[in-house]
Write a protein that binds this ligand. Sequence first.
Ligand code: AMP
Length: 217
Amino acid sequence: MHKPIILIYGPVGSGKGTQAELLVQKLGVVHLSLGDILRAKVAQNTPDAQVIKDYMSKGELVPFHIVDDIVRQRMEEPDVANGVVFDGYPRALEQAMTLVKILQDQGKKVTHVIAIKLGTDEIIERLSNRRICPNCREIYNVVSEPPKVEGICDKCGTALIKRADDQEVNAIHERMQVYQEETLPVRDYFAKQGLVHEFDGNQGINELHEQIYKIFE
Ligand code: AMP
């Protein structure tokens, strides 16, 4: 049996990061969020931090060689042996081909692709209500999933912030366009292999998780 290699797709704000975390708790797989890894590189001021920041702040895809190197190195670490849920990767067909090759070299393959659907109005509303913890990365929605104390992370007590790229209307539109043009073809590529499971993102976090989890039972 292949260990699960799961890709989770959905437009910005569709809750893919939250759903990925819930799968981690149930399946014991490792969560690889390319967005989080890239934000961490910016925060740590690594040599490529400025390039990454420039692309992210515009809502554009970070150059693929940077992302490919991150994934290639990460997939060599021992903790990924039980499986992985990729969140926000691959985001373009070229990245998908690279991932297929990296996995093939390790005798692995993509086993499940989860696609969360959400309409444009809902996306904009969710992004304006989204807050994240800059310390432990917990995600909140000030309307539907607020923290117990306003503005403070329940888990670690850090002051919550809005993500830089959620504040810029132009960046939000750019990310939605990138998703349509570059990322949807990736989903279609895996759909041809019968790997894609589609879900309606316009429902509560737990309801959506229960539906998604059924494909692993
Ligand atoms: P996310 O946190 O998944 O919404 O990603 C935030 C931003 O990180 C994106 O708008 C891109 O600028 C960058 N990013 C995340 N994943 C990738 C990827 N697979 N390839 C290139 N850029 C990425």
